[in-house]
Design a protein around this ligand. Structure first.
Ligand code: GLN
Length: 378
């Protein structure tokens, strides 16, 4: 029997799947993988119930026209520039295939979301990371000179993620303007992973596309916006004229995203916008962020507040992801999972607060018990 290729053999279970598995195994409160523990909004569920049984066959690979139009209206772009994907993960993989290949380099920020590196490598390209550094004040800085210095004649694309997973950092308009200047100077594609676009705690984040529509591919996620991460409905808003080839390439993966969920998301997007759903979401998340942050600080942890996303980073001597899931009964993600090539300050953990207040309180109570136990002092 021939061997699987090295790229298959060296692929590993994702840290998120692994921590969810360990959480289930140890009966832990799961503050690891980022998915909400509550139900999606009723208007989304009702729309899906109506769609199942009436919209059950393939959709066009680029997406149902109704969904492309709804997304176009929501994002302020032409629906013809949208390609609907099976989750934002597929969108990112698709762009890796479409935009870079052997001999190309792609720049991205580190800490880095786990899929970006292997997706670039599968496309044959070399990912090059530029650090976001934790400052003494607990913020994350991007050194624009360092970013400029990382561009080589082989650089083909720059991949940004704002609000940023795992740090929660929101890139400022000034930073994005500098990125656009750099991209124009070197004729780079821009990939902007904006799946947390509606989850922010200060000013609304600037969308990169607004500054460079001619070269920006914006990735979004209905799962993140509408609290249904398992539905696998994501999208790419392409620069004008690029959606056709991207959709053609997209047929080769899952062909189309699940049709009934596309129908439901098309119906839900305008309702979410008009009904103030996102404002409510942010308020709910801000409250849970502060509940968790306060509780962690009371336990002596250092907490790094996010500007967006539903994650915060924290650290405390004696806390390690592997130990917490087994001995405290709380699953989190180790910071190192996002920093394969440069050292992060030791002991950073990512905690998801897209869970109920009850679960957050239970997690804090378990952490408190763990802090008092001899195990935490070993
Ligand atoms: N985005 C999610 C997180 O950061 C995980 C996505 C996944 O597991 N595919 O937790």
């Amino acid at each position: 029997m021939p061997d699987l290729l090295p790229r298959a053999r060296s692929s590993q279970e994702s840290v998120f799947a692994r921590m969810s598995r360990l959480a289930a195994q140890h009966g832990a409160v799961n503050l690891g993988q980022g998915f909400p523990s509550g139900a999606p909004p009723a208007f989304l569920l009702e729309a899906a119930r109506r769609a199942v049984g009436t919209a059950d066959q393939y959709a066009p690979p680029a997406g149902l026209p109704a969904l492309r139009d709804a997304l176009g209206a929501d994002l302020g772009v032409d629906g013809a520039d949208i390609v609907v994907t099976t989750g934002a993960t597929e969108a990112m993989g698709l762009l890796a295939q479409a935009l870079y290949g052997p001999d190309d380099e792609v720049l991205m920020l580190e800490p880095v979301f786990d899929i970006y590196l292997p997706q670039a490598r599968l496309a044959g390209a070399t990912p090059v990371t530029v650090p976001l550094r934790l400052t003494a004040e607990g913020g994350w800085t991007l050194d624009l000179d360092e970013l400029r210095a990382a561009v080589t004649p082989r650089t083909r694309a720059l991949l940004l993620n704002s609000p940023h997973n795992p740090t929660g950092r929101v890139l400022t308009r000034e930073e994005l303007e500098a990125v656009v200047t750099l991209a124009r100077q070197h004729d780079l594609w821009l990939i902007s992973d904006e799946v947390y676009d509606e989850l922010y705690f200060e000013e609304r984040p600037t969308s990169l596309r607004a500054l460079a529509p001619e070269r920006t591919f914006t990735v979004g996620s209905a799962g993140k916006r509408l609290e249904a991460t398992g539905w696998r409905v994501g999208w790419v808003a392409c620069p004008p004229g690029q959606a056709g080839p991207v959709a053609a390439l997209r047929q080769l993966a899952s062909f189309c995203a699940p049709t009934p969920f596309q129908v439901a998301v098309a119906a839900a997007l305008p309702l979410a916008r008009q009904s103030g759903f996102y404002e409510g979401l942010r308020e709910g998340y801000a409250a849970r962020l502060h509940l968790l942050a306060r509780g962690l600080r009371d336990l002596g942890a250092e907490v790094f507040l996010p500007g967006g996303t539903y994650f915060l980073m924290a650290r405390r001597p004696g806390w390690e992801a592997e130990v917490l899931v087994e001995q405290a009964g709380v699953a989190v993600i180790p910071g190192e999972a996002f920093a394969p090539s440069q050292a992060l300050p030791p002991g950073l953990l990512r905690l998801a607060f897209c869970k109920s207040a009850g679960e957050l309180e239970e997690a804090l109570a378990r952490l408190e018990r763990f802090c008092r136990s001899p195990a935490s002092h070993e």
